[in-house]
Design a protein around this ligand. Structure first.
Ligand SMILES: *Cc1c(COP(=O)(O)O)cnc(C)c1O
Length: 709
């Protein structure tokens, strides 16, 4: 391409990242210097065999530094580096990786980058080494950035850099969760502070509680997509002000509101400081809802009346709502809002009350708290939910904002979530499909025709990959299993040949971890068999969600029951690294949300890409994905009484396990693969593969929501 082709390098901070990479390179043997540049862009993490290059440099060190390549290169003992520098095979692979990345970054954009899509989100799950996420919302946001990079879509991410982001979960002998935070040292992340012409860090400020709170801007590269992260821990700020970005979803409401103001208003100011003209502002969840107000303020400052300014801003902003659960649709009182960002709201020309009215269902009702979701809906030109079912639920939930409109005409659409295939498909599965789906098949992953070739894969080959992935998970789970009340290793051995069932997600009441043990005796009989199965469970409760912590304790109190003990494993500290292994290695993936509270769910999509079968209640994505042949569904029940729903759904779960799942898995001729099971895997891949990937999702956002040419 010509030098004029704009690439990610046209966005500020590129030189800062390059300087950081050069400084790292200068500490390395000459043969390894290229890897310092690879380390400063997460593109390596989804390149085929990319992670292995860093891992093989120092396998133990790689685990010890949490798969952070910058730390690996900074901290590896000199003898490891010397050995790597003499390893011709490794150097060859490193050079090939560098070349792949260079070629990827040099591709032209798919649309003009002059006015990119701005994606704003409070959390990002890009990689285990960047602990700035809590759960599905963040992981999805990470997948969006990666897919935008793969599609060469001009998109820029904006978020916050928390010193205490993802927490670590420890579970004591009584089953109680403890949280541990390790402070992130941004200087050891693949990140650089963006500096201005004068070489000093660029900063933006937001007036909070009557003071100017400043933030600097870090840049992290996710392939071609720059992710800009605001960080209030700067020396100019008072200690309280520095703590605005101290902790992800802090329990302190005042600080949380300040975070959202920094993300939305500070985020747009950061774009200005970076010289980026937003094409579309995509508010990914209500945390970013203040962003359109900042655009409106700019127009007010240019002399427009507020109504007109807001109309203009609305025309450039879109909103995705991600959950019907109340905790995910935060509201704040007008006192809280005045206290934290009253002065900011003065600049809009309508006074704070004029702004609060936007966030109330009854704009006249001054006692009604202000909702971030309501604000997001009112301040943007398009709102969408994240599955067909969730679209319906959201239309019903927010119908009162559109008086006089029948439910089906409420202007809230849907874009069903999808997951980033190169991130979530494990290498053995990827290699299998590379052999059978034709060259460059991932470029056509959103076309149903691409996946038809799955039917022709010999059963033995597909089954061999499944067995390999299960064995990898069993080895990992054996080493990591929580010790139970005795806290005495070893937990009994898992069996690499046994049907392996996974349940891993945030422990939130509506996800119903407790349903697994609704009838412990029945579960025990199914587990013990014959033929039997094994169950791998993981999940964190939000630090301030006492109800969820109680559920976890109650479920784990059964773990030492001798009837279960041999066949159940709990893995502490569910995160991206644990998720990757679980979704790859399980044969059956359970999801038991209480309908209609699961907006989408994405872990089941990841499992499906690896040849697992889903068994789920008909909620979220599964409501539209299940077709009777590609997994199992717990039939819906006509009651909303929680206890009756639980009893019905537990019965459905146990019934399906005993009568369908176990027999099908064990129906084999001799030592061959289970033909019926493999047929179902193929149906699952062929029907779910083309639809529940991020390529299809981003395509829908691009054409239907962003409306890019
Ligand atoms: C995919 C993923 C999630 C979301 O899973 P759900 O099915 O939506 O519950 C949460 N956490 C991690 C670490 C993930 O990888």
């Amino acid at each position: 391409m010509t030098a004029a082709t704009p690439t990610a390098a046209t966005w500020k901070g590129q030189a800062d990242l390059e300087r950081a990479a050069r400084s790292l390179a200068s500490r390395l043997p000459p043969e390894l210097r290229g890897l310092a540049h690879v380390a400063y862009n997460y593109r390596w993490s989804w390149a085929p065999r990319g992670p292995e290059v860093f891992r093989d440099l120092d396998p133990e060190g790689w685990q010890a530094v949490g798969e952070n390549p910058v730390r690996l290169l900074l901290e590896a003992p000199p003898e490891s580096l010397r050995r790597a520098a003499g390893d011709r095979g490794l150097l060859e692979r490193a050079r090939a990786l560098e070349e792949t990345l260079r070629a990827d970054l040099a591709r032209p954009f798919a649309a003009s980058p002059a006015r990119p899509v701005i994606f704003l989100c409070a959390e990002y799950g890009v990689h285990p080494s960047l602990p700035l996420y809590s759960g599905g919302l963040g992981v999805l946001a990470g997948d969006v950035l990666k897919e935008a990079s793969d599609r060469a879509l001009p998109l820029v991410g904006v978020g916050l850099l928390y010193r205490e982001g993802t927490f670590h979960q420890r579970v004591d002998a009584s089953g109680s969760q403890r949280e541990e935070w390790f402070e992130v040292d941004p200087g050891r992340l693949p990140a650089a502070t963006v500096t201005g012409e004068d070489g000093r860090p660029l900063t933006v400020s937001v007036r909070l509680w009557g003071r100017e709170v400043r933030a600097r801007i870090w840049r992290v590269d996710v392939g071609r997509v720059p992710l800009y992260l605001l960080d209030a821990a700067v020396p100019e700020n008072a200690p309280e002000d520095r703590s605005v970005t101290a902790r992800l979803y802090t329990g302190d409401r005042r600080l949380r509101l300040a975070q959202y103001a920094l993300l939305g208003m500070g985020g747009v100011r950061a774009l200005r400081a970076l010289g980026i003209e937003p094409g579309v502002l995509h508010l990914n969840e209500g945390h970013a809802s203040f962003a359109p107000l900042e655009l409106a303020r700019e127009a007010v400052r240019r002399g427009r009346p507020f109504g007109e300014a807001l109309d203009q801003a609305r025309g450039r902003a879109v909103f995705t709502t991600h959950t019907p659960v109340p905790a995910g649709n935060e509201t704040y009182s007008s006192e809280e809002l005045r206290d934290v960002l009253g002065e900011e709201l003065e600049g809009l020309g309508v006074g704070p009350e004029g702004v609060f009215a936007l966030g109330r269902s009854g704009p006249e009702d001054r006692a009604e708290p202000v909702g971030l979701t309501v604000l997001g809906i009112r301040a943007t030109r398009a709102t969408n939910g994240v599955s067909r079912r969730h679209g319906q639920v959201a239309r019903r939930m927010w119908q009162h904002l559109f008086p006089g409109r029948p439910e089906e005409e409420v202007p809230i659409g849907e874009v069903t979530n999808g997951v980033h295939l190169p991130t979530w498909m494990a290498p053995p599965m990827r290699a299998l499909l590379d052999r059978h789906l034709g060259p460059e098949w991932t470029e056509r992953a959103a076309h149903p025709a691409t996946w038809e070739a799955v039917e022709a894969i010999p059963d033995e080959e597909l089954w061999a990959v499944r067995c390999e992935l299960r064995a990898e998970l069993v080895a990992f789970a054996r080493a990591r299993a929580w010790g139970g009340a005795a806290q005495a290793p070893p937990r009994p051995g898992l069996d690499p040949h046994l049907l392996t069932v996974g349940f891993a997600r945030r422990v939130a009441a509506y996800k119903r971890l407790h349903l697994l043990v609704h009838d412990p005796g029945r579960l025990a009989r199914l587990l013990a068999g014959p033929p039997g199965f094994q169950l791998v469970v993981a999940g964190k409760a939000h630090p301030s969600d006492e109800e969820a912590k109680g559920v976890l304790r109650r479920v784990l109190s059964l773990w030492d029951d001798p009837r279960l003990a041999g066949r159940v494993v709990f893995l502490e500290d569910y995160d991206l690294a644990v998720a990757r292994r679980l979704v790859a290695g399980c044969d059956l993936w359970l999801n038991l949300p209480r309908p209609p509270l699961e907006a989408s769910g994405t872990s089941g999509m990841k499992a499906a890409l690896n040849g697992a079968l889903n068994l789920s209640t008909l909620d979220g994505w599964w409501e539209e994905a299940y077709d009777g042949t590609n997994g199992w569904a717990v039939a819906a029940v006509g009651t909303s009484d929680p206890e009756a729903q639980d009893a019905h759904d537990a019965e459905g779960l146990y019934g399906l396990l005993g009568e369908e799942v176990l027999p099908l898995f064990h129906d084999r001729a001799g030592n061959g693969p289970p033909a019926g099971w493999v047929r179902r895997i193929k149906r699952s891949l062929a029907t779910l593969g083309p639809r529940y990937n991020a390529a299809r999702m981003l395509d829908e956002y691009r054409t239907r929501v962003y409306r890019l040419p």
